[in-house]
Design a protein around this ligand. Structure first.
Ligand code: AMP
Length: 444
């Protein structure tokens, strides 16, 4: 099968050739003809499967061949994304695919001045990529009208609910024309998402290119049990031992990110961090430098977990396990993309056993445990398996404590990964389903 046999027009084929895409991925093979035929779509596709092109290519084609010219302050297609980073990335892909088409594209998101965005929207744009909050602000300030909207894409829909965007989605839903095409993409499908799909989609075609909630099998995954306090030390040890070149590291809290970055930088390691407290420009710069291999270790909260496409990323480390099990799939989806192989290592302490169990149950696999010599935990991590059972330890063999901290290196002040810190929006286990007749929007 080729992109030409899927019915794509020549300017798109030319763009794909430049990008080196030769064969459609499974999600593209299913989504492209369905979207071209005007169907609504509910697609469960893992990260790295090529889902962006799956919706963007047919969307660009329909906008080129059908419909009126875009009016002032209008958009003909809207792609909603959960985070600014994802909005930027999706927009960059869309712009690449559209390079030979007479269409305009633009991305809007919060955290940056709204005025240039309002100016840009004056002439109207064919495809607008947006985060929900900023989209509503622009709509309320009359900078954007949605009556010309032909297509709505919800990208990473489950993530939008996780981030607490359910009210925003309900508000946006009310702004949309009734007659439109809606495409819902999500790497994982919870019952809440299915409910949302039921409200927003019209006779959708369901696409599932991989078994539900299963992590990419190109990613080799294992767990290193360790005491919570020794995680930083273990990380540095593994990094040196494995001669890690480029690693994306996930920590649970913003403080956790900052502390690990400080620690690594203090040891002369080239590290940077991204989380929701940092200004957008700083986050983007850190990400760009990481992509360009100018930064060796990028430490992130789950804000960075989804959608970010970093070519050939060999390794993801979960310094802390995610609170929401589905985030594990998104995190490790940063590696092993587009058919490459990757590794995902999780440093797991006894406190995290329930999270580990939830991840194993969700991914239907028991993660291999590899004990690292000299780092065997004093607080044993109880046995877990894919059935969701946590086997409490029968008895604890007392280990004689060596004097002087058991050979631990003093790593200075460390903000414990479990320390209470302002909740990261992306790890809030919010699972609210939009109610489409709710009152005023909660101020963010
Ligand atoms: P996505 O899942 O949309 O984030 O895409 C993951 C990566 O796969 C991106 O780097 C895309 O540029 C790349 N990609 C998407 N479709 C194809 C294809 N058909 N052939 C080769 N690479 C692709």
């Amino acid at each position: 099968m080729t992109f030409a046999t899927l019915g794509l027009i020549e300017p798109l084929l030319r763009a794909l050739e430049t990008l080196g895409y030769q064969t459609p991925t499974p999600v593209q093979a299913q989504a492209i003809p369905a979207v071209l035929a005007g169907r609504d779509l509910m697609a469960a596709a893992q990260t790295g499967t090529g889902k962006t092109a799956g919706f963007a290519l047919p969307l660009l084609q329909l906008l080129t061949l059908e419909g009126p010219k875009v009016a002032a302050n209008s958009a003909r297609a809207l792609i909603l994304c959960p985070t600014r980073e994802l909005a930027e990335q999706v927009h960059a892909s869309v712009a690449e695919y559209a390079q030979h088409l007479p269409l305009t594209t633009y991305a809007v998101y919060g955290g940056v001045s709204i005025n240039p965005q309002m100016m840009k929207l004056r002439k109207g744009v064919d495809i607008l990529v947006a985060t929900p909050g900023r989209l509503i602000d622009l709509f309320r300030q009359n900078a954007l009208k949605l009556n010309q909207l032909q297509t709505l894409v919800l990208d990473e829909a489950d993530r939008m609910l996780d981030l607490g965007f359910s009210e925003e989605l309900a508000n946006i839903y009310r702004m949309l024309p009734k007659k439109r095409q809606t495409l819902l993409f999500s790497a994982t499908f919870s019952d809440d998402i299915r409910l949302l799909a039921g409200q927003m989609l019209n006779d959708p075609l369901s696409i599932e290119v991989s078994p539900r909630n299963v992590a990419a099998n190109t990613v080799k995954q294992w767990v290193v049990p360790v005491d919570k306090k020794r995680k930083p030390e273990l990380f540095v040890h593994l990094m040196r031992k494995g001669r890690w070149k480029q690693v994306l590291v996930f920590a649970k809290t913003r403080n956790g990110v900052d502390a690990l970055v400080d620690k690594l930088q203090g040891l002369g390691i080239n590290a940077d961090g991204i989380h929701g407290d940092k200004p957008q420009a700083t986050r983007q710069r850190a990400l760009d430098r990481f992509k360009a291999s100018d930064v060796q270790i990028l430490v992130a909260t789950d804000v960075a977990a989804r959608g970010l496409d970093i070519e050939d990323l060999p390794l993801v480390v979960n310094f802390d396990l995610p609170i929401v099990a589905e985030d594990y799939i998104h995190r490790i989806g940063r590696t092993g993309r587009a058919g490459n192989t990757g590794e995902a290592i999780s440093l797991v302490c006894a406190d995290e056993v329930n999270m580990l169990s939830a991840i194993e149950m969700l991914t239907r696999q028991t993660l291999t445990r590899k004990m690292e010599p000299d780092f065997e935990p004093e607080h044993r991590v109880p046995d877990t398996d894919a059935s969701g059972q946590v086997v409490k330890k029968p008895k604890k063999p007392k280990k004689p404590k060596a004097s002087g901290g058991g050979g631990k290196r003093n790593l200075g002040k460390w903000v414990d990964s479990g320390e209470v810190a302002p909740a990261e929006p992306s790890i809030k286990p919010v699972r609210k389903v939009p109610v489409f007749n709710t009152g005023p929007r909660k101020k963010k």
